[in-house]
Design a binder for this molecule. Structure first.
Ligand SMILES: *[C@@H]1O[C@H](CO)[C@@H](O)[C@H](O)[C@H]1NC(C)=O
Length: 444
């Protein structure tokens, strides 16, 4: 008994000491620290992009639909035809969503006798050229998937490592306009910067301009070198229809902001809006931050049964215009209140505290887009400071709210405050900005 008493007292004491020591890291006072990155937005001129993959595509981030997030390996041609019809019926191509993409599982396990890729007889009996033709007849583009290894990732179908030139010719002969190129089952000791440029050259040699979307999950930091070889490159893990994953991908993709530009974009993966496991506020945040980051906007839900509310998010023309802005500068996180995102995502305790962020980026026409993103559990007041983007406090600007679709009557000076619901995101454009020399288009 006595032994048990002393042992338990020892455990209690150890926990108490640990909690006392950890209080600085876990307590709310620490979480209220404000962090500024002090990005002077006026100096964010487009990169001299000497290294652009020269196929003329991707002058703005790609927009379209892919069945992957909803169907994964249960995809078939009936679903794809049905969603192409739905895209047209919902008028989505005129909003910019004009690439129809089939991800993993379209191809057969084995190549044909000549060694060419072919479609799965059971699930895609009419063949991929028929689907591409169907898209083209309706004014859309058509995209396919392969892998820089022996087999595709989820479905273990034949893939393109060692067959790059042959497969690129096949894709071109079918009229393919886009290739997503995944990263599974490759030869050992062949890093992605050895494997991905081969397909880049093969697509070029095919003679058909094919948007080249690299998907090596950010393993070899492609943002740094892939501009020369591809039109986009994934920067992180796969997206999920889950809030912590949206936060994680936004934070990862943000690190590479300065490498994005017309012709080559960072890709935090496709959109989950409409798949049902997040709230409307969370989907609004997902769509807002992806748009500001100049990410590809690829609809990832079933369009034949999409709800009105989800469609409304995809059809917010003002947010789409931010994404498709001709300046092509990726917006980024400029300030935050709250502990680092990783901790916010795993530790329930910290979610009780305020966790808010401001993201911003320059737009054409001497305008600035700013987002107030509430990542905490409670409704919060978010302060947008001119200071965070390098503007003088005396500067005034007109403000438009892109989710409420309204202009504010008063011009704002030195910043402004907005109240944002938990997990929601307000997006604002500042225009007619006074007393400031904006260099956005000067090429300096
Ligand atoms: C291939 O590359 C050359 C030079 O880099 C470029 O001029 C040409 O348009 C490219 N062709 C295709 C089909 O992408």
């Amino acid at each position: 008994m006595e032994y048990l008493f002393w042992r338990n007292l020892g455990i209690v004491a150890a926990v108490a000491i640990f909690a006392w020591k950890a209080r600085g890291r876990l307590g709310c006072s620490q979480l209220f620290d404000r962090t500024h990155t002090k990005w002077d937005i006026r100096k964010a001129v487009p990169l001299e992009r000497r290294m652009v993959y020269d196929n003329g595509l991707g002058q703005t981030p790609l927009m379209g639909w892919s069945g992957w997030n909803f169907y994964e390996c249960t995809i078939n041609e009936k679903i794809v035809y049905g969603n192409m019809d739905a895209l047209v019926r919902l008028d989505l191509p005129s909003y910019g969503y004009n690439y129809v993409i089939v991800d993993d599982c379209w191809s057969a396990y084995k190549r044909d006798k000549e060694g060419n890729l072919r479609s799965d007889k059971k699930t895609f009996p009419s063949g991929m050229k028929a689907l591409a033709d169907y898209a083209h007849e309706r004014g859309m583009k058509f995209g396919l998937y392969s892998d820089a290894g022996r087999m595709t990732c989820k479905c273990h179908r034949a893939a393109s490592e060692g067959h790059e030139f042959r497969d690129a010719r096949t894709f071109a002969s079918w009229g393919i306009d886009y290739l997503k190129y995944d990263n599974c089952f490759h030869k050992k000791n062949r890093p992605s910067h050895a494997r991905y440029p081969v397909m880049s050259e093969a697509l070029n040699k095919s003679g058909r301009p094919i948007f080249y979307a690299m998907c090596e999950w950010g393993e070899d930091h492609p943002a740094v070198w892939a501009g020369k070889y591809a039109n986009s490159w994934r920067t992180s893990l796969d997206v999920k229809d889950r809030w912590p994953r949206i936060e994680l991908l936004a934070d990862d993709n943000n690190l590479w902001a300065s490498y994005a530009g017309p012709g080559g974009w960072n890709d935090p993966d496709m959109l989950q809006v409409g798949n049902g496991r997040m709230s409307l506020a969370e989907y609004r945040s997902h769509f807002s931050i992806w748009s500001i980051m100049k990410a590809p906007l690829i609809i990832g839900c079933e369009l034949r049964t999409i709800t009105k509310e989800h469609l409304e998010i995809y059809k917010n023309t003002e947010i789409i215009a931010v994404n498709q802005d001709s300046l092509g500068i990726q917006g980024r996180k400029v300030s935050r209140i709250g502990q680092s995102e990783v901790i916010t995502s795993c530790l329930t305790l910290t979610k009780l505290c305020v966790t808010t962020q401001v993201w911003a980026g320059p737009l054409s026409g001497d305008r600035i887009v700013m987002a107030a993103w509430n990542r905490g559990w409670k409704r919060a007041l978010i302060t947008i400071n001119w200071y965070d983007i390098g503007l003088e406090p005396s500067v005034t600007a007109s403000v438009r709210d892109l989710w409420k679709h309204e202009d504010w009557t008063q011009r704002q000076k030195d910043g402004f405050e907005v109240e944002i619901d938990s997990h929601d995101c307000g997006v604002y454009i500042l225009s007619n900005i006074s007393m400031v020399e904006l260099y956005f288009n000067s090429g300096r």
